[in-house]
Design a protein around this ligand. Structure first.
Ligand SMILES: *Cc1c(COP(=O)(O)O)cnc(C)c1O
Length: 483
């Protein structure tokens, strides 16, 4: 029995990468930073590789090392490096590292000496974002130092790269300008004898709209997860991989004029049925979604009534026959008109990136669908013998997948009751709620907690072996079927 979950469709991730790959002659680096935009870095990385990605991109050294510890051997680039990190560990682990300043290059050279092998370096040129990278003024000095380090066997200059300001606004003048600055920077590099194998500047938006920006490697992130960074008039053929949903914990009839949730920021306009949905800002629901976030329940999309609480939201369902146990979908692939992460972003004034990434926390169990990138033994149901098998462990604490051993998984499934057949007591975990107390749903949560502990130790001890059990969810619809 599950109460709230984030489902991630690994086959959609694989297929999205295959779609991106089919649109370019460049290689594809799937960007899996920030725990795979909240989808789970390791399963996502494997699914992306299954879809034809040949590189993985992350922000931090820790993320890159986590990929290596999990046994992934594909080239990995890490680009956000503060001074003093153990970069020699990165060099030793064959991780490609970014240098956007003389100081950063100096650290890589030091790391190379310590690791006794050349650092694999991507030189970053700031073509206008004013974030990472050397300015055009600093670029020649960086090139000179890089050429020297390469000549001395301390660095292998694998890449030269940059990042767009505004590629999500196709036709924006900054795009052509940055491409011109980048081309000029590459020409300057050539004068210093640096002709890297990989020149790269395209994020998802440029991958989708600017083939002339693809060079040797594209770096899509959000598109891997099936979300578009582009305005709606640009169809992408991608499928959103994440679904966030929860079971109604309680319904009740209330009269017209009833104030709802903290601050009574919403009042009912008629006698109506309220439904409590157990997802709140502690799970990733932005509090800014108060009175605006869309949620599908009972075949209709409704708007959150009143404030988003830490653990729950409330829907005003009129006279519709909604019941405890019914499944409410916050966002998913958008089938049958259910909301998408993009709808959520529009409703609250942010970007779809932030919506899915917010749901990557540890509180809501993350469950994987599909088999893309899943080792064969897991797909065929074979267990590893350490009792933590069937794991779709994601890095460390975020490992909350369908990770029970299959036997246990099927226990879960058989314990699953048909939607609406069980009226869970309300689970009032809200801070400041005087009615908080033990409830049947809490014992469910505790059972899941022990799963989570097993997962946690799994992720630490044998992340590389993590694999995914396909969750045969017998009693409720798959993501996107609506609820
Ligand atoms: C996050 C990131 C990407 C991916 O961007 P999307 O817009 O998600 O495709 C690519 N490159 C760099 C340097 C990034 O930081």
């Amino acid at each position: 029995m599950w109460q709230a979950e984030v489902r991630v469709d690994l086959d959609a991730i694989r297929d999205n990468v295959a779609t991106l790959r089919a649109g370019t002659t460049a290689e594809v680096m799937a960007v899996v930073k920030a725990d795979g935009y909240g989808h789970g870095m390791l399963p996502v990385a494997r699914a992306a590789l299954a879809g034809g990605a040949t590189w993985l991109g992350v922000a931090t050294l820790d993320e890159a090392l986590t990929l290596r510890r999990a046994g992934l051997t594909a080239p990995v680039l890490a680009w956000l490096l503060a001074p003093g990190l153990p970069l020699h560990d990165g060099v030793a682990a064959d991780i490609d590292l970014n240098a956007g300043s003389l100081a950063q290059l100096g650290e890589l050279v030091t790391a190379a000496r310590r690791a006794q092998r050349p650092a694999r370096v991507h030189l970053k040129l700031d073509t206008g974002l004013a974030r990472g990278g050397a300015t055009p003024a600093e670029w020649p000095a960086l090139l000179e130092a890089a050429a020297k380090a390469q000549a001395e066997g301390e660095a292998e200059i694998v890449g030269a790269w940059s990042h767009f300001v505004y590629a999500d606004a196709p036709g924006h003048e900054t795009i052509d300008h940055q491409l011109a600055v980048f081309a000029e920077g590459l020409a300057t590099a050539e004068q210093y004898g640096i002709e890297p194998r990989y020149r790269h500047i395209a994020n998802s938006a440029a991958t989708l709209t600017r083939p002339d920006a693809h060079y040797d490697l594209v770096r899509p992130g959000v598109a891997v997860y099936g979300l578009s960074p582009l305005p709606p008039e640009h169809p992408t053929g991608l499928r959103p991989a994440m679904t966030a949903r929860a079971r109604v914990t309680l319904t009740k009839r209330v009269p017209a004029g009833q104030g709802v949730s903290y601050g009574h920021a919403y009042h009912t306009s008629r006698e109506t049925t309220l439904a409590l949905v157990p997802l709140g800002y502690g799970d990733g629901v932005p509090r800014h979604a108060s009175n605006v976030g869309p949620v599908s329940l009972g075949g209709r999309t409704r708007t959150i009534a009143g404030r988003v609480c830490m653990d729950q939201i409330i829907l005003d369902c009129g006279d519709d026959p909604v019941a405890a146990g019914d499944v409410a979908v916050l966002f998913g692939p958008g089938d049958d008109g259910t909301p998408t992460a993009t709808d959520w972003a529009e409703a609250i004034g942010t970007i779809n990136y932030e919506i899915v990434t917010r749901f990557g926390g540890t509180r809501v169990p993350r469950v994987y669908d599909g088999t893309a990138g899943v080792p064969n033994e897991a797909a065929s149901g074979r267990l590893s013998d350490d009792g933590t098998a069937g794991t779709a462990g994601t890095a460390g604490t975020a490992g909350t997948a369908a990770e029970a051993a299959p036997g246990r998984l099927s226990d879960d499934v058989t314990a699953d009751l048909p939607a609406g057949s069980r009226a869970d007591a309300p689970s009032d975990h809200d801070t400041g709620n005087p009615r908080a107390g033990a409830s049947p749903s809490r014992s469910d949560a505790r059972g899941r907690g022990s799963d989570a502990r097993g997962r946690g130790s799994d992720a630490r001890g044998r992340g590389s072996e993590g694999f995914v059990a396909r969750m045969a969810d017998s009693s409720v619809g798959q993501p996107g079927e609506g609820a």
